[in-house]
Structures are given as structure tokens and as C-alpha cells.
Design a binder for this molecule. Structure first.
Ligand SMILES: Cc1ncc(C[n+]2csc(CCOP(=O)(O)OP(=O)(O)O)c2C)c(N)n1
Ligand SMILES: [Mg+2]
Length: 695
């Protein structure tokens, strides 16, 4: 029990492996009571005593940050939680750091402190110095500790919600009694991902508390321009989950509602939607004077300022004396002063002293070999998936219709019956949230394999996969091992929205690895090596190749040997490089052309290693590249540029690209044939190029 007149215990801050700082516990004993986490419950007097010091530190630190911003020492978007402290501290107090899965927002300063960040680390983050939790790599609010399950936010509002769903789901699947806390604003609640994440959590019965901080504005946009329902918690009905709206300016009300939600979720797993009606006593960020908020409205809000009202409760309900509160405030002042002074003395970031790796290191031990005399590509996919689910208990396969139906192209046939519904998961139709789910799950020990029904639908996840998963390791130092499967390409008369390849698009995002196999052997190897790699790996599976060609699979278990370009035929007059379904056409053309042609598939498109292909061009002096998509969409021109630079002196003719037309893939068979390159066009290219010799 908290005894306001007894000796005050030391501040409770759980250590974090990502943070080397943690100045607070050593520096200031005596003011902050230990935090009692769920399922223990604080009584109201205890709660105010627990909350006030954190709220006061949060407020004072932010006031300092405004000054630092005005002096030009803190840069970027300094968003402030001033007015929101009752919500940030009240919601964080029951949670268990390193156990519950959390994603906080740009107005949750106090929650970061309660869940393990020190004031020193927070100031360093805003000053972007060498001691900042992101080592200066990310802006003010985009920090957290992925290793402790406090996922750093990405800027794109709404996107973090599904990560909490995935992380919580994965921890639960591994037998941990864990909850999620996913925070969003009134503005962020209008995003598609808000709906996707809530729906996904409801369907999968994942105990995530979705907490909406409704502070009446999204930057300058008032809520009447944001939504039409009376309360945002009314939306819970649409998801078949409980929802509630509370006053977010009283930490006791927030704490109690959060605690009750955790208890309800413990009783019956599934999400809860909680709307906290909060206030924003400053502009959107330090640069915003908030002239769009009327004086009357601001006055009304100031009367509800949570800091003075919690102070009053401390005196009236918790029984603290004025002198005791003053003592707390003096300690808070000292903590803040010391944190700012120390942070200002910390060294600046140096580009030369940082490691700039975009990919997490992967040097996997050999795995079980696999052999099969003859398989089609689609079968190779199915066998690789079965192999992974069998050999890695943490592997899960998720996507649309991958369950009993066996996926649209039947590449997942039989896996549901063999491995069960919690490992082969039919997802709702929400590609972006599925990818967020996978990223979150990958942080909590799961090893997700995600199938897009068609590569075309991967464009739904440009932010989630390209920006969030792709930058995850760079930002957090934690690997994000996710295998992504993209059935892609044309030739099946499916039109513009079901025939794209998109390897060019996905190559634009640092941090993603890309593999484009053509044979059953390569398909098996790409999936297995992509899975065991510690980074998000995308495997392009050309649909036309699924059930057309066949060949042996002879995988010796050496994963490191997989990451290299593939050569199919040796030759001395021309090097022919082909991607995906262009490989069989290239081989046909090379065989029948009467020339000595060496045929290659780059296979690893990112990080691309063209060394062996350069050696080939050094020998042949000619380069012809074939890709299915249009000239601007694929990677053929990049291959040509890089090889031209490296082999300029040895080229006997200007390299050429044979590509699809620069247009969306048309539907009708005759039109699609006009669009796609074929063996005849490649043979003509070989003839033209071998006829040239400028040496
Ligand atoms: C998808 C997306 N669009 C735009 C922005 C730019 N932006 C940053 S904060 C913000 C306002 C968000 O309002 P709300 O969700 O109500 O949260 P609040 O800032 O009020 O706490 C906007 C528009 C963003 N971060 N993400
Ligand atoms: Mg808002």
C-alpha cells in the first residue's frame, strides 16, 4: 500500500537492452512509487500518487523541449503531449514492460517514461545526438524499443496498429499471457489500417486494447471534418467488440478503464476499443500557434488541464501534504534539469562511427537437404512450404484463401490439413494489415510466410512492407524475418490488375531482399533461403511457370550457396540475361539461333550481384537483357547500366533491352501477346546484336 507519509521507494524503471542510458533510477531516488502492474490494481489514492510524478516529469520535459526547439537545438516535428498526460500515464501504468506489446504515438511522452525510457534518453532523442535511442537515425517521436516489445512508430498513422495485433497474437500463440496496447488519434482513426487492424484483431480474437486519444483535432482539422458518428467508440459495434468512451483528463479514469479492459480481455480474448476524450493545450507541434482553436475553447480546456487537477487529487484524495507535493516537484525539477544538461553535453552523431548496414546479418547453418526427381514450379512451392512448416515450429503461413482451399493457385494444397488452422491462416482481405501483422509477429519470435494472392495486391502494402518492414532493422537494430510470396506476371490472360511483376517497384525500398526464381530447383531454394534469412525477403513466383515447366529439385541444405546468379548455358558470342518467365523463352531462342549464347538469370535481384554476369560479358562482349514488364518498370536497364560501366572496354556492341511495352498489361490474348516478349523477339535480338562488332 502506498503510504504518503512513509519513506518513498525508488523510482521503478525497467532496464532495456536497447538503451544504455537509464539515468533516472540512479539519479533520483525518492519521488516515484513503484509501479503496480496488472493484475494487481491500485486504489484511487495510490493511483494519483503513482501518476503525478510521471505526469509532472513529462510536462516539464516537454516545456524544456519547446525551449530547445526555439533555440534551434531540437529540430523536426516536436509534437507535444501537454494536456494529454493523464491519458499517457494512466494507460501505461497497468502494462507490463517487455511483456505486453505496445505501440505509442507522438503524443505519448509520459507512456514512454512509464514503460522504460529515461528522461535523458528522451531528450537525447529530440536532440538527435549520439546517445539517442535511434542513434540520430530517426526523428523525434519515432522511437521505442522493439526488443522490449515497445514498437517504434512509423510516421504513417494507423500503420502501427496491425503490428501490435501480430505481436500480441504471436506471444499468445507461444503460450504467453500477454496484452497489446495500440494507440491512435482521432485523425488516425480515419485511416484504412485502423479498420483493417480492428477487424483483424476481432476475427483472430487477439486481446489488443485499441486506445483512441481523441483530442478534438488532427493538426488543424476539427473532429466534425473527421467523422460523422457520435463517438468513435460507437465503431466497436461494427467489429463485434466492446467499446467505451471516457474522460481522458483524469488518470484514475484512464487507468481504471485500461485495467478493466485488460481484465475483460483476460476473461475473453479479443480486442477492446477505448476512446479517451483528451485535450491538446499546445499547437500540433512546437511550430504551430494553433490560431484555429478559439480562445473560448482553449479556456475551457485549460480548466481541464490534467496536471493541476491531479495535483489537487493528490492533496484531497491521496492525503499528501503541500510540503510533500512540493518535495516531489522539486525532485522532478532536478531530474529534468539534469536530463537536459546531460543530454546537451552528449556527443553529436558521427556518420563515420556508425555502422550503415541495411540488412541484418544472415549466416545460417546448413539445413536439411531435400531431393525430388521431378516437380513443377507450383509443386516446388508447395514442397518448400511443407518443408518450412515441418522444420520450423515458429513458421506460419498466412494470406487469402491459403487454408482449406489451398490458395488461388493451389500452391498451399494440403498444408491446412497437415499443419492446422493456427499455422496455415486464412486472413481477412486486408493486405496492409496482414503485412503489419507479420512484422509485429516477427518481433515476438514468429517466422511469418505471407502469400499475396497476386503480386498486384502487394501495392496495398507499399508503406507497411516497403517503408516499415524495409527500414525496421536500420531503425531498431532488430531483424524482421518475413518471407513474402508474390505470384506474379502475365501470359494467363488476366489483364492489368492480375498480371504485374513489380520487382522494379519493390527494388526501390532499401532493406528488402528480392529473389526471382525460374526453375523448380530455384523456386525451392529461393523460398527456403528467403525464409531462413533474417530480413524481409520477397520471392517472385511467376504464375505462368507454376504448372508449365518441370525439373528436378536437388537442394543440399547449404543456404549461403543459394544467393548467386544462375547460368543455364555456356557460350562465347553473347550474354543473354533473362528474368522470370523470360528464362524459358531465352533458352528456346538461344538453342535455335545458331550462335554461341550464354544464358543467365540474375535470380537475386536485391542485393544484386552482377559479378559473374560481368565476367560472362567480359568474355562474350555482347549483352542482351530480356524482361517481361515495360522498359521503365523492371530491372533490365539497371543490369545494362551496371554492366556497361564495368565492362565498357570489352563491349563489341551497345547492350540492348527486350522488354514488354510501356503500358499496363492488356487483357485479350492477342493484345497480351503483343505486349509480352517471346522467343521470336529474343531470337531477332540475338541475330541483330551478334551481327554487330564495333571492335
Ligand atoms: C497517414 C498519415 N498522413 C498524414 C500524416 C501527417 N500527420 C502527422 S500527425 C497528424 C495529425 C494526426 O492527428 P490525430 O490522429 O488526431 O493525432 P494527434 O496529432 O491529434 O494526437 C498528421 C496529419 C501522417 N503522419 N500519417
Ligand atoms: Mg487528434
Amino acid at each position: 500500500m502506498w503510504n504518503p507519509s512513509g519513506p518513498a521507494p525508488r523510482c521503478w524503471v525497467e532496464g532495456s537492452s536497447a538503451l544504455k542510458v537509464g539515468a533516472w533510477p540512479q539519479r533520483v531516488p525518492g519521488t516515484v512509487p513503484p509501479v503496480t502492474r496488472f493484475p494487481e490494481r491500485l486504489a484511487r489514492p495510490e493511483l494519483y500518487a503513482a501518476a503525478y510524478p510521471w505526469m509532472a516529469v513529462s510536462r516539464r520535459l516537454e516545456e524544456q523541449l519547446i525551449e530547445l526547439f526555439q533555440k534551434g537545438l531540437a529540430r523536426g516535428t516536436v509534437t507535444l503531449s501537454i494536456g494529454n498526460e493523464a491519458t499517457t500515464v494512466g494507460m501505461a501504468l497497468p502494462l507490463r514492460p517487455k511483456r505486453d506489446v505496445v505501440s505509442l504515438l507522438h503524443r505519448d511522452f509520459g507512456a514512454h517514461l512509464v514503460l522504460g525510457t529515461s528522461p535523458y534518453a528522451m531528450v537525447c532523442q529530440y536532440l538527435a545526438n549520439a546517445d539517442s535511442p535511434t542513434h540520430g537515425r530517426e526523428g523525434n517521436v519515432h522511437h521505442g524499443d522493439a526488443n522490449s516489445r515497445r514498437f517504434p512508430m512509423m510516421s504513417h498513422l494507423g500503420k502501427m496498429l496491425s503490428l501490435v495485433v501480430g505481436g500480441t497474437w504471436a506471444a499468445r500463440r507461444h503460450g504467453e499471457e500477454v496484452f497489446g496496447l495500440a494507440v491512435i488519434g482521432d485523425g488516425g482513426s480515419s485511416t484504412g489500417e485502423f479498420h483493417e487492424a480492428l477487424n483483424l484483431a476481432a476475427v483472430q480474437r487477439v486481446p489488443v486494447l485499441f486506445l483512441v486519444e481523441n483530442n478534438h483535432y488532427s493538426f488543424s482539422t476539427p473532429t466534425h471534418a473527421q467523422y460523422r458518428c457520435r463517438r468513435l467508440s460507437d465503431r466497436s459495434k461494427g467489429y463485434g467488440i466492446p467499446g467505451r468512451t471516457i474522460d481522458g483528463t483524469d488518470p484514475w479514469k484512464v487507468y481504471s478503464a485500461v485495467w478493466d479492459s485488460l481484465a475483460a480481455m483476460a476473461e475473453s480474448p479479443g480486442p477492446v476499443l477505448l476512446e479517451c476524450m483528451s485535450i491538446r493545450l499546445r499547437g500540433h507541434a512546437a511550430y504551430d500557434k494553433a490560431e484555429y482553436v478559439s480562445g473560448q475553447e482553449l479556456e475551457k480546456w485549460l480548466r481541464r488541464d490534467p496536471l493541476p487537477s491531479t495535483r489537487r487529487q493528490l492533496l484531497e484524495i491521496s492525503g499528501f501534504s503541500e510540503a510533500r507535493v512540493a518535495e516531489i516537484e522539486a525532485d522532478v525539477e532536478e531530474q529534468v534539469r539534469a536530463a537536459v544538461a546531460d543530454a546537451l553535453r552528449a556527443p553529436r552523431c558521427q556518420a563515420t562511427s556508425q555502422e550503415w548496414r541495411v540488412f541484418a546479418e544472415s549466416s545460417p547453418a546448413p539445413v536439411k537437404p531435400f531431393r525430388m526427381a521431378k516437380a513443377k514450379n507450383g509443386e516446388a512451392v508447395q514442397r518448400a512450404l511443407a518443408y518450412l512448416l515441418e522444420n520450423s515450429p515458429r513458421a506460419l503461413l498466412a494470406g487469402l484463401d491459403v487454408g482449406r482451399y489451398g490458395s488461388a493457385f493451389k500452391t498451399c494444397k494440403g498444408l491446412f490439413d497437415r499443419f492446422g488452422a493456427d499455422r496455415v491462416i486464412d486472413m481477412p482481405l486486408c493486405e496492409s494489415a496482414i503485412m503489419g501483422f507479420a512484422l509485429g509477429a516477427s518481433q515476438v519470435g514468429a517466422e511469418p510466410i505471407i502469400e499475396f494472392q497476386f503480386a498486384d495486391f502487394s501495392t496495398e502494402t507499399v508503406s507497411q512492407l516497403g517503408l516499415n518492414a524495409g527500414t525496421w532493422y536500420f531503425r531498431t537494430g532488430q531483424p524482421a524475418p518475413i518471407l513474402v510470396r508474390l505470384p506474379c506476371g502475365g501470359g494467363l490472360t488476366m489483364g492489368a490488375f492480375h498480371s504485374g511483376e513489380y520487382e522494379g517497384l519493390w527494388s526501390q525500398f532499401p532493406g528488402l531482399k528480392l529473389l526471382y526464381p525460374a526453375t523448380p530447383q530455384e523456386t525451392f531454394e529461393a523460398l527456403v533461403a528467403g525464409f531462413y534469412d533474417r530480413n524481409p525477403c520477397l520471392v517472385f513466383e511467376h504464375k505462368l511457370l507454376y504448372w508449365s515447366t518441370s525439373g528436378p529439385i536437388d537442394f543440399d541444405g547449404d543456404l549461403t550457396a543459394v544467393w548467386r546468379p544462375r547460368r543455364y548455358a555456356e557460350g562465347s558470342e553473347l550474354t543473354l540475361v533473362a528474368f522470370g518467365a523470360m528464362v524459358p523463352y531465352a533458352l528456346t531462342a538461344a538453342e535455335g539461333c545458331g550462335r554461341s549464347v550464354e544464358v543467365w538469370n540474375p535470380f537475386v535481384l536485391e542485393p544484386m550481384d552482377l559479378g559473374p554476369i560481368c565476367e560472362s560479358v567480359e568474355k562474350t562482349g555482347r549483352l542482351l537483357v530480356v524482361q517481361e514488364c515495360g522498359p521503365g518498370q523492371g530491372l533490365g536497364n539497371r543490369v545494362i547500366a551496371e554492366i556497361s560501366r564495368s565492362c565498357a572496354k570489352r563491349l563489341r556492341a551497345a547492350p540492348r533491352l527486350i522488354a514488354g511495352k510501356d503500358m499496363p498489361v492488356p487483357f485479350a490474348t492477342e493484345l497480351e501477346s503483343y505486349f509480352r516478349p517471346n522467343a521470336e523477339r529474343i531470337a531477332a535480338g540475338i541475330a541483330e546484336l551478334t551481327a554487330e562488332d564495333r571492335t
